[in-house]
Design a protein around this ligand. Structure first.
Ligand code: SF4
Ligand code: SF4
Length: 131
């Protein structure tokens, strides 16, 4: 399997897997430092004492007390069943509105390298790489 593979930006993976995912503290650092409340308001944060909130007012000093990071919620903390940064353009291709700072779970998603071609997702880029 090739390590590099052109994603066709069909969006199927983000539609199917782009929500109900766990995050890591490292995802949050550039969002906090960059004051990206537009992103942080869609992150559910659970603290060691059980308190849950969105990441909107999160500071770097809070990170050691964070025990769970969840993508994605609405600004009131209600779980979403889609990614709020998913955008389908007029050309039919899907774009990530936070591509440069997207979370690790999204950066690491390269299905053609995972040996998961039969994971019930019809990824056309994977199909193109079939021998
Ligand atoms: S953040 Fe970007 S890459 Fe991740 S699921 Fe949303 S649209 Fe897809
Ligand atoms: S399903 Fe495959 S081709 Fe479509 S956006 Fe995801 S990785 Fe790219």
């Amino acid at each position: 399997m090739p390590e590099e593979q052109d994603c066709l930006q069909c969006g199927k993976c983000c539609e199917k897997w782009g929500w109900d995912q766990k995050g890591i503290p490292e995802d949050l650092v550039p969002w906090i430092n960059g004051h990206r409340t537009d992103i942080l308001q869609h992150v559910s944060i659970t603290f060691r004492d059980g308190r849950r909130t969105t990441g909107k007012n999160l500071a770097a000093a809070d990170l050691p007390r964070v025990t769970r990071i969840y993508y994605w919620v609405d600004p009131r903390g209600k779980k979403l069943t889609y990614c709020p940064f998913f955008f389908r353009a007029d050309d039919g291709k899907v774009y990530c509105r936070i591509h440069r700072v997207k979370p690790a779970v999204c950066i690491g998603f390269t299905p053609w390298n995972e040996g998961i071609r039969d994971y019930a997702l019809d990824c056309p880029a994977c199909r193109n790489s079939m021998p």
